[in-house]
Design a protein. Structure first.
Length: 719
């Protein structure tokens, strides 16, 4: 009883390493068990006797077996089961140690359709049998041979066959093995397709080859007759466009390739061209054409007068898509009135007689004008012709206003009879907005679309009067800009326009002083760039002169205050400390060479500043105290009278100026022409003569005041 209980356990253990399987094996098949191959044959004289052959890597075993008998080899037991004599199929029972089985035909193949075009069909034949396929393949359709080829294919290998497109199914037969396979092609694609047919002055056909390279012949047919013919070679997947010169709206294309002949018909509806607009501007004629048909128009347009072409050029080529307009332009005689517009193509032509209105001619009597900020600029326009005109301008900044005047009245539209003279008046802003000072601006005045170019140049407010008792102030002198180094008188109310100064490199100082300081007014000095943007503003407190130190070469200055003010403005070169400098002094527009330097005197207080000037030409040097308001008012470098610290003339000049303990600035002006070298030397700590005199006077007044107070005190004590 104990052994009976153990038997199932032993069977379970053995089952883990063994498998059992029944396989139906045909006489034309092989059974692959791991690395072994099993096949069988039947004795001719004894159908019940089966010869079982097992081929292993270690050798082959052949044994005759009957029903129920077994052959054991390679760890596998093969037991013969039932044999179906009709189908010659043997049931074989396997048991033992093996991992996989597979049944294959001894010799077999499959056929697949790779491509099916109207010109050819491409097949793939694959050896799916166990043994090599060394045979002759015959490809046929409905009994008609298409291709015959000898092949040798190992198991799993394939070959490709290309045959002409059949009318039915395709049968592939291995003649030696007697095996046949039939495939059915559901549909055939066009090897070469026509993707597009379009028309302009000719006919254009876009072809695409979907398969192998082929030669394609395209014939253009009209009423069944060949008009043009072209042959091209197209590679696999290639797209090509074929163009015919014939301008045909209706016809057919005959396409031939690989034994295939196919016809493609086409029809293009004739375009319907209409004349929508004509416009003459001077000697230019604009013609607007619209295609109101469904087909694209491609042709030529010409302009005739009395049967002769008068338009230049003689013709214009034009293309107009459906529902679109096109503009063509010609030059025509100015006196032309009755014209004919001719439109033509290979299959279409029409004419449009037109009558033109009298032409307009616009001429500017002055095409250039210059104005100043806050002022005006004007142009005189002469309009010749007849009819209503609309006046306008384009290209002007929004900050500039424009008005047209005729006989003293402002107009925007005008009826011209033969001719009219119109004035264009531009109102210029106080600040440059949208333009740059002293740079010409080009814009157009328009009269019924006729554009006449004009130029405008805007400068500063004009030249300020030169300050001081000198000949410049007495001359009728004008300039494009103000000069660095010269003082100018600035009289204004609330806010002045910007004043343009000559371009100047290097560090500069702008100083505002004069009457307003003594009156206790508070002014601000603004530095602007040429576009009118404020870059910096002075911040000095009320009752003091204003100044700005800056390093901008192109600049403008503007003065702002409250109410009426009277002041003096000087822009000069600025030296933060004394340094040796060399410069060339040239004559300026006002007849003299002038260079003015304002030197920061704060670090020099109580010392003496010695000045040495050497020049290649005769020059004059003038040095000034430039701290107190009255001293700044005394600065007049071109005046005959001199109210400064020292002056000297010649080619070598030496001088000195005592820097007082409260000194802010000193100014040095060099007048004349030549190459100049100016050197500075700071020495000592002694008080200058001027400062000693002023202190002595101050002490004397103080002493007298003390004596007066003492006398009053004694008088009260006595009284």
């Amino acid at each position: 009883m104990k052994w009976i209980a153990v038997i199932p356990i032993i069977l379970l253990i053995l089952a883990g390493n063994a498998s059992a399987l029944s396989v139906d094996l045909g006489i034309d098949e092989v059974l692959i068990v791991d690395n072994s191959t099993v096949s069988f044959d039947v004795a001719q004289n004894n159908p019940g006797l089966v010869f079982l052959m097992v081929e292993t890597p270690n050798g082959s075993v052949l044994k005759g077996l009957t029903f129920g008998e077994s052959l054991y080899t390679g760890g596998v037991n093969y037991t013969v089961g039932r044999l179906d004599p009709t189908r010659m199929v043997l049931t074989l029972h396997l048991s033992g140690n093996y991992s996989k089985t597979e049944v294959l035909k001894k010799r077999d193949f499959k056929v697949e359709v790779l491509e099916a075009f109207d010109a050819y069909v491409k097949l793939r034949v694959t050896n799916t049998g166990y043994y090599d396929l060394n045979d002759t393949l015959l490809v046929s359709s409905q009994g008609v041979p298409l291709e015959e080829r000898s092949i040798f294919l190992r198991r799993g290998e394939s070959t490709t066959l290309k045959v002409r497109a059949p009318s039915g199914g395709i049968t592939v037969t291995a003649e030696g093995s007697g095996i046949s396979r039939t495939v059915t092609v559901g549909s055939f694609e066009e090897l070469v397709s026509v993707d597009e047919i379009r028309k302009d002055e000719g006919l254009h056909v876009r072809l695409r080859n979907h398969g192998d390279a082929t030669n394609v012949t395209i014939k253009l047919l009209l009423n069944g007759l060949t008009v043009e013919k072209m042959t091209i070679t197209m590679g696999r997947g290639e797209e090509k466009e074929v163009s015919f010169e014939s301008d045909i709206n209706q016809g057919a294309l005959l396409i031939e390739y690989g034994g295939v002949t196919r016809q493609e018909s086409f029809y293009f509806e004739a375009p319907t061209i209409s004349l929508t607009k004509v416009e003459r501007v001077g000697d230019k004629l604009g013609v607007w054409l619209k295609n109101e048909g469904k087909g694209k128009f491609a042709g030529k347009v010409s302009v005739y007068q009395n049967g002769f072409i008068v338009g230049e050029p003689y013709y214009r080529s034009v293309e107009v898509n459906p529902d679109e307009e096109a503009l063509v332009e010609f030059r025509i005689p100015r006196d032309a009135e009755f014209l004919t517009i001719a439109v033509s193509s290979g299959t279409y032509s029409l004419t449009f007689p037109i009558q033109l209105k009298g032409t307009l001619d616009v001429r500017a009597l002055n095409s250039y004008s210059k104005g100043i900020l806050g002022g005006t600029a004007s142009y005189t326009l002469l309009i010749s012709g007849d009819g209503d005109v609309t006046l306008g301008v384009e290209g002007l900044p929004d900050s500039i206003g424009a008005s047209f005047y005729y006989n003293g009245a402002e107009v925007k539209e005008l009826n011209v009879v033969k001719s009219a003279q119109v004035t264009l008046l531009l109102r210029l802003p106080n600040l440059p907005r949208g333009f740059t000072l002293n740079v010409p601006l080009t814009f157009n005045v328009t009269v019924n679309g006729i554009k006449t170019p004009l130029k405008l140049e805007v400068g500063g407010i004009g030249i300020l009067p030169v300050y001081g008792d000198n000949w410049l102030a007495k001359m009728n002198y004008t300039s494009e800009h103000h000069h660095v180094g010269l003082p100018y008188r600035v009289v204004g109310r609330d806010l002045t326009p910007p004043f343009v100064f000559e371009p100047s490199e290097g560090e500069k100082i702008a100083v505002l002083y004069g009457d307003y300081v003594g009156r206790g007014k508070d002014l601000s000095l603004h530095l602007l760039d040429t576009s009118g943007r404020i870059v910096a503003s002075s911040t000095q407190e009320k009752g003091k002169s204003d100044y700005l130190v800056f390093n901008q070469s192109d600049f403008m200055l503007m003065v702002e205050g409250s109410g009426y003010f009277n002041s003096i403005l000087l822009v000069a070169d600025y030296l933060e400390r004394p340094m040796n400098i060399t410069f060339e002094l040239r004559r300026k527009e006002f007849g003299e060479g002038l260079r003015t330097f304002v030197i920061n005197a704060s670090p020099l207080r109580g010392k003496t500043l010695k000045i040495l000037v050497n020049s290649s030409g005769d020059v004059e040097v003038r040095a000034y105290h430039f701290t107190l308001n009255r001293e700044k008012e005394d600065f007049d470098p071109l005046s005959a009278s001199f109210k400064g610290a020292f002056r000297g003339s010649g080619r070598k000049i030496e001088g000195e100026i005592g820097v007082r303990s409260y000194e802010d600035f000193v100014a040095v002006a060099v007048i004349g022409e030549g190459n100049v070298t100016m050197k500075f030397n700071v020495v000592g700590g002694e008080l200058g003569v001027g400062e000693v005199s002023s202190k002595a006077a101050y002490l004397a007044v103080l002493g007298l005041l003390l004596l007066l107070l003492a006398a009053v005190w004694l008088e009260r004590r006595i009284g």
